[in-house]
Design a protein around this ligand. Structure first.
Ligand code: UD1
Length: 340
């Protein structure tokens, strides 16, 4: 079996990708320091796939720890690198930590991959690299903008680092996956997102409000130039997103050496904040109390993906709907409440 190192494999997208790797016949090895996850996610993975994948608890910025883990694992087919800090607001107050962790961990991995002649890396990027694009839907060749946060800047720099490494290292191949807004959870209700503290992202805040853990959702502005005045994003089910990683890895296997390609992972459909809230209420037959507040600093008005390249090159297309995602997100929230 082809062994795949999944850094951040206990995280939101990482854990779902581990499940999809197993379904596709790969052998995932989870590397995570659990700073933003918990043992229960590993238990959930185990229940879904029927065994516990190898797990190394370590910090990917630590070259000695990563090196000895790789020595132990031996023959590695590829690396999917999720491990990173991802809270935009926190990155504004702790820029050095974001640069050190996000760029540092990637630099450590790429150096150690080179020493061992590993060929495939799939990197977790974000549509944040586009800022507010000039035209929508946004395609992969749209220029990178000044990212609006240190978090976003680390994604731009990391993409550039992967590109440079592919130019420099014979045989290395990479896919840069630019996620739009991942939401939902595994339909089993056994794994999902574990937000720390008060959620920043829309859907975790909605689920916690519906569960009575928050008084009300604050809709961040309803005076934008959009159909209902609220911001537009491209929400994609995390299971579709996870499958795209497996597809990208398989695509890299047959790609030319030195390949480094970016792909948008979205649905191509823009939805407003209120469309998401309404879909959640309708599908789950629950009320989400909300108030309209001021605009959130740094928000772009509207962004959604041009998915032509991922459809035509990767032959990947999302299968699940917004309705599936809000149902699965609510099932996961209820499972959390029961087990907490
Ligand atoms: C944010 C990051 C993005 C990152 C992603 C990770 C910014 C500018 N972008 O995306 O780089 O990859 O998180 O998941 O921060 N909203 C509310 N009320 C809330 C929460 C959100 O109205 O309580 C609105 C936001 O204003 C926005 C939309 O919901 O219009 C989506 O917000 P969010 O889920 O935070 O994602 P992004 O900001 O798109």
């Amino acid at each position: 079996m082809k062994k795949v190192i999944v850094t951040g494999g206990a995280g939101f997208i990482g854990s779902h990708t581990v499940v999809e790797l197993v379904a596709a016949g790969y052998e995932p090895v989870i590397v995570d320091d659990l700073r933003n996850s918990e043992e229960r996610i590993l238990n959930g993975i185990e229940t879904i796939i029927g065994f516990r994948p190898t797990f190394h608890r370590l910090d990917c910025t630590d070259p000695i720890a990563v090196s000895s883990m790789l020595d132990e694992e031996g023959d590695v087919h590829g690396v999917i690198h999720f491990a990173a800090d991802k809270a935009v607001g926190e990155s504004m107050s702790r820029p050095a930590m974001y640069y050190r962790n996000n760029i540092g961990s990637l630099a450590v991995l790429l150096s150690l991959m080179r020493e061992r002649s590993f060929k495939h890396i799939v990197f977790s990027s974000s549509c944040t690299v586009y800022g507010q694009p000039d035209s929508l839907p946004v395609s992969e060749d749209s220029p990178d903008r000044n990212a609006s946060s240190p978090y976003g800047e680390t994604k731009v720099v990391c993409e550039q680092l992967v590109r440079r490494q592919c130019e420099a290292v014979p045989g290395l191949k990479a896919a840069l996956l630019r996620y739009f807004n991942p939401i939902g959870a595994h339909p089993s209700g056994l794994i999902g997102e574990l937000p720390r503290g008060v959620p920043n992202n829309l859907v975790p805040f909605v689920t916690q409000t519906a569960a009575g853990l928050r008084d009300r959702l604050r809709v961040n502005g309803d005076d934008y130039d959009t159909v209902d005045g609220t911001c537009v994003r491209d929400y994609i089910h995390v299971v579709d997103l996870a499958q795209a990683h497996v597809t990208a890895l398989a695509w890299l296997e047959q790609a030319e050496p030195q390949t480094c390609e970016a792909f948008n992972l979205g649905t191509g459909k823009g939805r407003t904040v209120m469309e998401v809230v309404n879909a959640f209420q309708k599908e789950n037959k629950v009320i989400v109390p909300y108030v309209v507040g001021p605009r959130r600093a740094g928000d772009v008005v509207s962004v959604f993906a041009d998915t032509t390249k991922s459809r035509e090159v990767l032959r990947w297309e999302p299968q699940l709907t917004l309705e599936d995602a809000v149902r699965d997100a609510w099932r996961w929230q209820r499972a959390l409440a029961v087990k907490a």
